[in-house]
Design a protein around this ligand. Structure first.
Ligand code: HSE
Length: 437
């Protein structure tokens, strides 16, 4: 049988890794797929030829990606250019030309996936995107296929390697935020625009995809609450540790009575939970489902070959499915397209979590009682209080409260009242907290 001909768009970190993994493991991959796989045509503006093992097997390299998607011999397009444009135009053109598409582009899928999947369905082709979420962890396959018997209750994940790498280095080595970010960029973990990593946008792209395949709803990136790690202070990391918690940047998608909570933000997690101990560039996704209970998926969330691992797994899947009817393939968003439901994604004010609150108070009798009265009057139960020594050159003392679960809008009201107290200096710092009990 003829080898399957692949067109590759992008020869950067992930593209280079894909070429190398395919070359190194060609025999095993062919035995799994049932056919040899050949990258016959690639497009890249620039690339480091010496760093890509197996590059010599690609017969044709151009700098015009449209030549690749228009090439009649190519059956599968791998889009690794990233960003919205021209990635979207290229993917839609490839679909129009009847080609299957594999992409690692979470931004593209999160924002334009509904349109892309609709046109793929019309043309009877597949768009595979395992590498778009959590790098090398096969989480899309696990949720879409492995957990198909279950009602998923919630998903919580560390899904940005760069952010986790930064938080870990800051905590363990006391390193400076910017210095660690630079290292993440040089290691090829960070996005082209690293604000996507540190402001939570990359994690929100991935959570949007996870939420959709977990609950069978169309992709709605604009409704995902997004908060990054840039405001996390070292003292909060230390106080959290003292109270038995770690701060992790989490994406959480949870089904509740009146809809789905979909939120990305720094989160305190009890340090005894496995997910609290996922460090460095590693990612982990914890899924709570009704039949199997909790399952945890752990692995490298970024980097050349880990991401290539997911890309090549998608190639094998697509090659195996080349001879199946489109309606017998796994649906893009896990549920049949006509069975997707418009579940309400709740605004952050309507979501419920526990909270870590840090405030700086004037050291005099009755101040903490004033705060606890406001919390009590607001129906907010206190889980723990920690009072610290004043910071150097400061007259106020930090006091930390851990609360039980409460609706975000009730907490906003209580914080506004606390900040009005004369004895409170500055803003109340709030970090959401989950126990996953
Ligand atoms: N910038 C991303 C991360 C790459 O750090 O997780 C993988 O999606």
């Amino acid at each position: 049988m003829q080898p399957v001909k692949i067109g590759l768009l992008g020869l950067g970190t992930v593209g280079g890794g894909t070429v190398s993994v395919l070359a190194r493991n060609a025999d095993e991959i062919a035995r799994r797929a049932g056919r040899d796989i050949q990258i016959t045509f690639a497009a890249a503006k620039e690339y480091d030829a010496d760093a890509i093992v197996g590059l010599n097997k690609i017969t044709n390299i151009t700098n015009d990606p449209f030549l690749v998607v228009d090439n009649p011999d190519v059956e599968i397009i791998i889009e690794l250019i990233g960003g919205y444009s021209p990635a979207k135009e290229l993917v839609l053109k490839a679909i129009e030309n009847g080609k299957h598409v594999i992409t690692a582009n979470k931004a593209l899928i999160a924002l334009h996936g509904n349109e892309i999947f609709a046109s793929a369905q019309k043309k009877g082709v597949t768009v595979a995107f395992e590498a778009a979420v959590a790098g090398g962890i096969p989480i899309i396959k696990a949720v879409r296929e492995g957990l198909a018997a279950n009602q998923i209750e919630w998903i919580a994940g560390i899904i940005n390697g760069t952010g986790n790498f930064i938080l870990t280095e800051m905590r363990d080595k006391g390193r400076d935020f910017k210095d660690v970010l630079k290292e993440a960029q040089s290691l090829g973990y960070a996005e082209a625009d690293p604000t996507f990593d540190i402001e939570g946008i990359d994690a929100a792209h991935k959570l949007t995809i996870l939420g959709s395949i977990a609950f069978g709803m169309p992709l709605q990136f604009d409704k995902t609450y997004t908060e990054g790690i840039t405001k996390i202070e070292k003292q909060d990391v230390l106080y959290a540790e003292e109270l038995g918690y770690r701060i992790k940047h989490l994406g959480i998608s949870r089904k509740v009575k009146n809809g789905v909570e979909q939120r990305v933000h720094p989160t305190l997690i009890p340090e005894r939970r496995l997910i609290a101990n996922v460090d460095g560039v590693m990612n982990a996704v914890l899924v709570k489902s009704d039949a199997v209970g909790p399952t945890l998926y752990y692995g490298a969330g970024a980097g050349s070959e880990p991401t290539a691992s997911a890309i090549v797994a998608d190639i094998v899947d697509v090659v195996r499915a080349l001879t199946t009817d489109p309606e017998n393939r796994v649906p893009h968003l896990a549920f049949q397209p006509d069975a997707l439901s418009n579940i309400n994604i709740l605004p952050i004010e309507e979501t419920e979590t526990a909270f870590y609150l840090r405030m700086h108070v004037i050291d005099k009798p009755g101040v903490v009682a004033g705060v606890t009265k406001i919390l009590g009057d607001s129906n907010i139960s206190i889980e723990a209080i920690l009072q610290k020594e004043p910071m150097e050159n400061e007259s106020c003392i930090p006091v930390i409260f851990l609360t039980q679960c409460i609706k975000e809008k009730e907490m906003n009201n209580a914080i506004a009242k606390i900040e009005k107290l004369d004895a409170i200096n500055g803003k109340v710092i709030r970090i959401r907290m989950e126990t996953f009990g």
